[in-house]
Design a protein around this ligand. Structure first.
Ligand code: GLC
Ligand code: CA
Length: 569
């Protein structure tokens, strides 16, 4: 039997604080706003919150650029508010994990300020400074690496010959984790919050903690600016494991849940190693392999017909991770987070909003792992229909991309059309609470404009009153997932995908003494699915009649089942 950790009984929920609930009507979501919704969250059934960063920050990257790890951004509230949030969560049986951006700081952090002021300071060694390369009168960056915001990873320090390294925005210098003092400092931050009662952390950008410190130029083909994103130079390098072991060994609570965010192409083998239940330094790894399985990443030139959920690929990715990881490591499950467009617009359908939202939930919720629901998915929130590129300007990564697209000659209409589909700002709009101004989020306004579909039933108030709403389905399904008998089958049964090559349907079974089957049609049209089991219970279903005849399910758009079955196939 797999060793049980507390998070294996959890259903998680992700809150982007800026957009969740504004308690004082300044247009900015805050901690008191979240506190006012804790009863809602308890009733929804979730028992673990991942809260995106709340530390003091100039908000260049909406809080992922921290200037003081020991204070709360005034926009979000105070340290006392955080203490009240921890207490409020725990009173309701909800655990709280904070998002900890530990790969970089803000350039306004005192460490970086000192590093710039005094090249001899110890803080200089907290970051990466390298000399530029002289070419006649020009001073070129130390190498040709491009970062995740589509710009050079190097920014020059004033008019000196020195550059500093940043994988993300210019205002986010990367920390050098090979420096033991950096690890000590970050462990100190973590202990400060663990001792306050926080239950763990999401380790932001964990994959990038180690860089190829030779900083040798990439030999991959470069773009017109001479830049290239060469992920292996700064992603999932072997030292990350050692740094995390050191970090973990310094933490004051062994039961802290640490979930590493690993982009940059982490393999399930690497994840199983770093999150190994026996001796891995962290608890779980968020990977990106089941995001964008619709060819939807980037690609302003892509035509609508090129973007379509690749059901076979999705099954393959879920299965690969399960097969390689689950024996050794716990796994989180999620469709999307604050770095992706809304899942309903990606894999679901706004035409079949109700059906597809329920289908997506059922499909994810009963896989092996700790599921995380992204705020607003429980009411079927979807992508925006903004009117101009400036509507996306709250995000620094987006600002860089828009500048690049404009420079490449795309007009604003084209760019806006593209961003309405692909921007991560889509998932950062205000939570839609009711039919009031700004969907009840704030009377003042919001950083990103509200999605007007809150007036068409995509809000909590209306859905609470409708027994067939997405919200009521979520609530019912989450409580089912937490039912100890069902949780045991999901966690201990052997998970197998059925009909791998079916291009439209995701189906899987948990085999054990009792068997659970999920069947989900991922298309906007009807499909059929062969079925030879004996159904003993229909636990979840998003249509009101079952069309099963001669061992064939007739599945309507996004029809989805969770079944308890008998039989020995
Ligand atoms: C992570 C965050 C993302 C942020 C980046 C830089 O990938 O999820 O939102 O922009 O780190 O801190
Ligand atoms: Ca506020």
């Amino acid at each position: 039997m797999k060793h049980k950790n507390w998070w294996t009984d959890c259903v998680g929920y992700v809150i982007y604080p800026q957009a969740y609930m504004d308690s004082n009507n300044d247009g900015f979501g805050d901690i008191q706003g979240i506190i006012s919704k804790l009863d809602y969250l308890r009733d929804l059934g979730i028992n673990l919150i991942w809260l995106c960063p709340i530390f003091a920050s100039p908000m260049e990257d909406n809080g992922y650029d921290v200037k003081d790890f020991y204070s709360i951004a005034p926009e979000f509230g105070t340290m006392d508010d955080l203490k009240a949030l921890i207490a409020g969560c725990h009173e309701r049986g909800i655990r709280l994990i904070l998002d900890l951006p530990l790969n970089e700081t803000s350039d306004e952090h005192p460490w970086f300020q000192m590093a710039i002021r005094d090249p001899e300071s110890k803080e200089r060694g907290y970051y990466f400074f390298r000399k530029g390369i002289r070419d006649g009168d020009n001073l070129n960056p130390p190498n040709n690496w491009m970062g995740y915001n589509g710009i050079s990873t190097w920014t020059r320090v004033g008019d000196t010959d020195d550059f500093y390294f940043h994988l993300f925005a210019v205002k986010q210098p990367d920390l050098d984790w090979s420096n033991p003092e950096v690890r000590q400092e970050m462990a100190h931050v973590a202990c400060f919050y663990l001792d306050m009662g926080v239950d763990g952390f999401r380790l932001d950008a964990m994959a990038h903690l180690s860089k190829d410190k030779s900083f040798s130029p990439s030999t991959l083909p470069t773009d017109s600016r001479g830049l290239v994103l060469d992920a292996p130079k700064f992603s999932n390098r072997p030292e990350v494991y050692d740094y995390l072991c050191d970090f973990r060994s310094k933490l004051s609570r062994p039961d802290a849940c640490l979930i590493g965010e690993a982009g940059g192409g982490i393999t399930p083998e690497q994840a199983a190693h770093v999150a190994d239940r026996e001796n891995g330094p962290i608890s779980m790894v968020f990977n990106f392999d089941t995001a964008w399985n619709n060819n939807g990443y980037g690609g302003i030139e892509k035509r609508p017909e090129e973007i379509r959920t690749d059901v076979i690929l999705l099954k393959h990715n879920f299965e690969r991770w399960y097969n390689i990881c689950s024996e050794h490591a716990d796994m989180p499950l999620y469709w999307c987070d604050h770095d992706h467009p809304r899942v309903l617009s990606q894999y679901g359908s706004t035409v079949f909003r109700n059906e597809s939202a329920k289908c997506l939930l059922t499909t994810l919720l009963f896989l092996y792992g700790t599921p995380f629901i992204y705020y607003g998915d429980e009411i079927g929130m979807s992508n925006v229909t903004y009117e101009k590129p400036e509507d996306f300007f709250s995000d620094s990564a987006q600002r860089s991309e828009i500048a690049n697209l404009r420079a490449a000659g795309y007009d604003d209409e084209r760019i806006t059309h593209y961003l309405n589909r692909a921007s991560r700002v889509n998932s950062r709009t205000p939570m839609q609470w009711d039919r009031g101004p700004n969907a009840g989020f704030s009377t003042k306004g919001s950083v990103n404009k509200v999605n007007m579909n809150y007036l068409q039933g995509v809000n909590v108030f209306d859905q609470m009153r409708d027994p067939w709403s997405i919200l009521n389905f979520y609530q019912y399904a989450i409580w089912k997932r937490r039912d100890p008998a069902i949780n045991r089958i999901v966690n201990e049964g052997k998970l197998e995908f059925l009909d791998h090559n079916n291009p439209d349907v995701i189906a899987y079974i948990h085999r054990g003494e009792e068997k659970l089957i999920v069947i989900s049609n991922f298309r906007e049209y009807d499909v059929s699915f062969d079925f030879y089991w004996q159904i003993s219970d229909v636990i979840l279903h998003n249509y009101d009649t079952v069309l099963l005849e001669n061992h064939v399910f007739h599945l309507r758009p996004f029809e989805s089942f969770l079944l308890k079955v008998r039989g020995n196939m």
